[in-house]
Design a protein around this ligand. Structure first.
Ligand code: HEC
Length: 125
């Protein structure tokens, strides 16, 4: 084989490797959450220490359900109810962990904080 054949083959290989690399990257992009948390909502989430037990936008601990797409499962009304009174209903598939979530968010959050938090979570679908 002449050098031009080798050059052609190595270019092909490079192309293939690049192709695979891109495929892998895309998978990461698809699983990453595309909805960032606005700063004022993140401050409320940190105040409530939600990330001690929940995953949100790539942060936190997966004990309770991920909050990334919680708006697709629960309405704003249900979210508010769950946050102020976690005993109201257990999360689907997490019934065995019912009772883990703190019950004092109603006192810890102002009405405004609660509204901002609920609005944002409801928008995450
Ligand atoms: C000490 C751990 C802990 C903390 C802190 C915590 N949670 Fe939870 N949460 C859980 C667990 C466990 C569940 C699942 C069992 C249940 O439904 O009670 C849950 C369930 C939920 C659900 C229901 C999700 C679904 O898919 O039905 C929502 C919404 C939620 N939490 C929001 C929050 C928010 C918002 C905060 C912060 C203000 C927070 N949680 C803080 C442990 C926690």
């Amino acid at each position: 084989m002449g050098w031009s054949t080798w050059l052609f083959l190595s270019l092909m290989m490079t192309g293939l490797l690049w192709g695979c690399g891109e495929g892998a990257d895309q998978e990461v992009v698809e699983t990453a959450d595309p909805q960032p948390v606005p700063q004022e909502v993140l401050a409320i989430v940190q105040k409530g220490e939600c990330l001690d037990c929940h995953v949100l936008d790539g942060q936190g601990i997966h004990e309770g359900p991920s909050l990334n797409r919680v708006g697709a499962r629960l309405s704003a009304e249900q979210l508010r109810r769950k946050i102020v009174n976690p005993a109201a209903f257990p999360a689907q598939g997490y019934e065995n962990l019912a009772g883990r979530m703190p019950t004092d968010f109603q006192e810890r959050f102002t009405q405004e904080e609660l509204a901002l938090l609920v609005d944002h979570l409801a928008s995450r679908r």
